[in-house]
Design a binder for this molecule. Sequence first.
Ligand code: MIC
Ligand code: SF4
Length: 641
Amino acid sequence: MGLNLTQKILKSHLVEGELTPGAKIAIRIDQTLTQDATGTMAYLQFEAMELPRVKTKLSVSYVDHNTLQTDFKNADDHLYLQSVAARYGIHFSRPGNGICHQVHLERFGVPGQTLLGSDSHTPTQGGLGMLAIGAGGLDVAMAMGGQPFELACPKVTSIRLEGKLQPFVSAKDVILEVLRVLTVKGGVGKIMEYTGPGVKSLSVPDRATITNMGAELGATTSVFPSDARTLEFLKAQKRQKVWKELSADKDAIYEEEIVINLDKLEPMVAQPHSPDNVTEVKKLKGVKVTQVAIGSCTNSSYRDLMAVANMLKGKTVHPGLSLLVSPGSKQVFKMISDNGALATLIEAGARVLESACGPCIGMGAAPNSAGVSVRTFNRNFKGRSGTDDAGVYLVSPETAAACALKGEIADPRKSGVKWKSFTIPKSYEVNDNMIVTPPAPGKAAKVEIIRGPNIAPLPRFDKLPGRLGGRVLLKTGDNITTDDIMPAGAKVLPLRSNIPAISEYVFEKVDKTFPKRAKEAGGGFVIGGQNYGQGSSREHAAIAPKYLGVKAVIVKSFARIHMANLINFGILPLQFVNESDYDKIEQGDDLDIDVTNLAGNLTLVNKTKGVEIPVKTGMGGRDLEVMKAGGLLGYAAAKAV
Ligand code: MIC
Ligand code: SF4
């Protein structure tokens, strides 16, 4: 029986377990990446392991999220990250060099290797045929220390692409269509493998847009084959040496298949407030727009900005809106400035921002009250833009440009602009002067780590007791995001390296009184619906609730990375055996549960209602031990003794 590409890469990295969907496996990690907002915690954890140097083939630390320096905090973090990188053998991508996923694609991704990144959009590198997975910072720290990464062996879905995209329809429309079909929980426990004759019509930047936003499906990752188009991209990046051909066997088996006909695909849009609330752009024609933002790790490549510049050439953006553009990397920025496209954008009225995440994570450029913001980004969760009542629509760069000209949601095919197809440049401009290479071991050992006052020590947590009891502090519905649990944005993000400070913002958007109530009650429980914890990989959504005393989270189902983060920090993740039992618990109820045996079903007692509810941990293997030790740090420390 033939193997699909996912199985081939997993097999060549398998350290433990068997490739049976659902079974626990452990894989060897070749590369890691971190970004500043999750990196500080990851490196504090790596430091706690007391190893002299990272054990990966390559580890890169990026600064792209916290670049709005309104006081000393972010700048302190940057210095800490730069010094810690030099100390432990990690490449450091300086602020201004670009968004981690875009830069990694250009300069570091390697077909067939594995990458673990402390950011949920790490799967972007799947566009290069890499198996790239998002995880919490602690898992990434462990991987830097040479530990294999444990995960449930995913099912593999084939997304078969037929035909070829039509003018003004682009890669973003493909992934929006996949989201329309599968929804934000349709990818949980799965890897999306792109197959079929349509694959070769997509360049690496196109593929990276698709694998990037595959994160919104809840998928473990997404992957494209490595073929002639991959070689074309790597050659242009002067990295053809790392290329190798990779594809599924002809008789490969997939657990599921979805067919997308690229010829028939239309410009698509995700409406507020979920990336799967997708419809055709033409259906929203005429909706007034007050802001257009082009950028983010999904759509800020050279290809994307050239498409936008082509549409805006000689024109002026509509007076009713503001157009923001953030190029994905220094390479993109420099190339559009050399070839005049930047001047075209400025002429047309674009407000050009630095190469960073920026508005995507609420770092400036918040829309007006009840504004309509059309963005080329990947997430439109309520409030993420920084304006709670704004409506954010997610579209392709072509649709964004059409909206910017028209002042309303507009179909790019009707923009009157002549279509210009894109070909990868023969050579991208390569200058890695903003990537600091770490010194050799001897010199590195002498590097002093710089810790400003924003770097707070890691909190330590106790072992899991035999019994958990307390009040239900909060009951939430389905699809709660990590932005709901631990908001980002310009005010909160600078506190990422200070758990006591950031814990004051837990559930801020859902119930502002949560931190105070949690502390007064001496901790307690949180109840959730389906897909609890979707979105970001931020482990702060586990550490900060843990710091406030949250003991267990009881839900219908979890998003993968968040569940792993809960375990890593000793919050017990529990799932209802019968989903309808969700209705038997209300906020304020008193619960009690014996947790001496975590395998199999457990009995949760709702003392207020006088009912017993069967729940399960859904954990196996090492996770059970980690949980008992009160988290991964405690577990690792106990093992080291
Ligand atoms: C995001 O897009 O939500 C982030 C900010 O990049 C996060 C990481 C974080 O919260 O630091 C992610 O996607 O993992
Ligand atoms: Fe940055 Fe936005 Fe991408 Fe997250 S989704 S890495 S915030 S650009």
